[in-house]
Design a protein around this ligand. Structure first.
Ligand code: NDP
Length: 256
């Protein structure tokens, strides 16, 4: 019988990864994939504590290592505490995946200030908060990977998502700027821009919106969370050492 005290093997063995918003959806798949490659994965959650614990249980069942870490990424001070706890316990962090994100869709004429602020605070400031508190450790280590989950909406815009698209476009600017700042110390910073992926975020969309999105995908189908996770795993591993400051779409050809 497999036990969790055996050293996990794999390309990411010995690495420590933090994935924000990893209790469900794309974050969950990323956490499971990185853990499957041997990384110890810190499964961040905000509201979904039980589901984050289930992800950790799944990681451990497969012989990997993980821990659930609660933190609202839009809270700057809370992210500082999370960073201190992680480094205090694990002494290092090798991979940071800023995946946490929300939508509050609406046409610009009716969009409330609250809907705009909330989306920007979570999707864009959330990534700033974790990078701001954790990049000093990457700099000391002279290694590390930061992967920000943006969106095709940040590349091409999307009617009804001015707040969301602004946050995801901002994330691309953040990615490229931080990539330039940290490149000299061997730290790679990239953005992944998923297209239309089958998760709870897209399940609630009206059929009309779903059909419209599907019609714009040359491959004619939604993507899966696993397909996004595979690209994140590539960017987190040793086969992407010379890639930084890039935005890579996983979108079935939606944006090209
Ligand atoms: P889900 O709605 O399924 O999951 C969102 C995740 O974000 C949850 O785990 C949630 O955690 C977390 N989260 C939200 N707010 C916070 C917060 N303040 N602090 C910490 N975690 C938070 O979405 P997806 O899995 O589909 O999306 C994941 C990422 O991928 C997002 O950034 C999204 O914008 C992006 N994306 C998704 C696409 C899609 O088609 N699905 C397309 C393009 C990009 P909890 O439940 O614990 O609150």
């Amino acid at each position: 019988m497999e036990t969790t005290d055996r050293e996990p093997a794999g390309e990411l063995a010995g690495k420590v990864a933090l994935v924000t918003g990893a209790g469900r959806g794309i974050g969950r798949s990323i956490a499971l994939t990185l853990a499957g490659l041997g990384a110890t994965v810190l499964v961040n959650y905000n509201g979904s504590r039980e589901r984050a614990l289930e992800v950790v249980a799944e990681i451990e069942k497969k012989g990997g290592r993980g821990e659930a870490v609660g933190c609202d990424v839009s809270d700057f001070a809370a992210c500082g505490r999370m960073a201190e706890e992680i480094i205090g316990k694990y002494t290092r962090l090798d991979i940071l995946v800023n995946n946490a994100g929300i939508t509050k869709d609406g046409l610009i004429m009716g969009m409330t200030e609250e809907a705009y602020d909330k989306v920007l605070d979570t999707n864009l400031k959330g990534a700033f908060n974790t990078i701001r508190h954790l990049s000093r450790y990457f700099l000391k280590q002279r290694s590390g990977r930061i992967i920000n989950i943006s969106s095709v909406a940040g590349v091409a815009g999307n009617a009804g998502q001015a707040n969301y698209a602004a946050s995801k476009a901002g994330l691309i600017g953040l990615t490229k700027s931080v990539a330039r700042e940290l490149a000299g110390r061997g730290i790679c910073v990239n953005a992944v821009a998923p297209g239309f992926i089958d998760t709870e975020m897209t399940q609630d969309l009206a059929d009309r919106v779903k059909q419209g999105a599907l019609a714009s995908i040359p491959m004619g189908r939604m993507g899966t969370a696993e397909e996004v996770a595979q690209l994140v795993a590539f960017l987190a591993g040793g086969k992407s050492d010379y890639i930084t400051g890039q935005v890579i779409c996983v979108d079935g050809g939606m944006v090209m």
